[in-house]
Design a protein around this ligand. Structure first.
Ligand code: GRF
Length: 203
């Protein structure tokens, strides 16, 4: 059984999809803890599904490094096989990423490498794209640049706003996440470390 810690900042609909899937006896993964960087709405699912949760408020620490150090300590308490960033809206410093990689996975509401970054849906609309998508990736130290584990296209429809497109992407993203976690747990998908960058090779 694959043990997951899921980190969220928002509504947690991806988390909810995983929690629902994990109610199935044949689903090979379980959420052992839910973490957040703020008082996220999605923490309500922790209560609803009776899963432990922790919050490490970004604003309570003097810098990103000390915040991430505490977050890593909290994550490690649960000895997860995999840590999922699902709508986790904070950049994580290299010390955090390197400590967990490649067992650190992110969901992204675009068909990477198209539209990386925090405003992927808005950027797709602004670019006039006629299709975008959803991706599940291994986190590396770049911005949404890690190895792609799974992705699927979603059409941009005439009249789409950021909200309507994001809602349709999220439907696809949730199914993709549930399926990708299953494939990882069943050994059908192997997480491999990101090759070192030239900078890292030199250091
Ligand atoms: C998802 O689209 C995720 O890719 C993006 O934010 C959204 C989070 O949704 N970074 P939710 O909190 O899981 O509902």
């Amino acid at each position: 059984m694959l043990k997951l810690v899921v980190l969220i900042s928002g509504g947690g609909s991806n988390l909810h999809a995983l929690l629902r899937a994990a109610e199935g006896a044949d689903y090979p993964a379980r959420v052992v803890a839910i973490g957040s960087d703020r008082d996220a709405d999605g923490l309500a699912y922790a209560e609803q599904f009776d899963i432990p949760s922790f919050t490490v408020p970004f604003t309570s620490y003097p810098d990103r490094e000390s915040w991430a150090e505490e977050l890593l300590d909290q994550v490690r308490v649960w000895k997860p096989d995999l840590v999922l960033l699902s709508g986790f809206m904070r950049l994580l410093p290299p010390a955090f990423v390197d400590a967990l990689s490649p067992n650190l996975v992110n969901t992204h509401p675009a068909y990477l490498p198209e539209f990386p970054g925090a405003h992927a849906v808005r950027d797709a609309i602004a670019a006039g794209a006629d299709r975008s998508g959803a991706s599940i990736i291994v986190v590396d130290n770049g911005v949404d640049s890690g190895p792609i584990l799974a992705q699927e296209r979603v059409a941009v429809l005439p009249g789409d706003t950021e909200a309507t497109l994001h809602e349709r992407i999220k439907v696809v993203e949730r199914a993709l996440l549930v399926n990708t976690v299953r494939r990882i747990a069943e050994g059908d998908l192997t997480l491999s470390p990101t090759p070192p960058t030239p900078e890292r090779l030199r250091s």
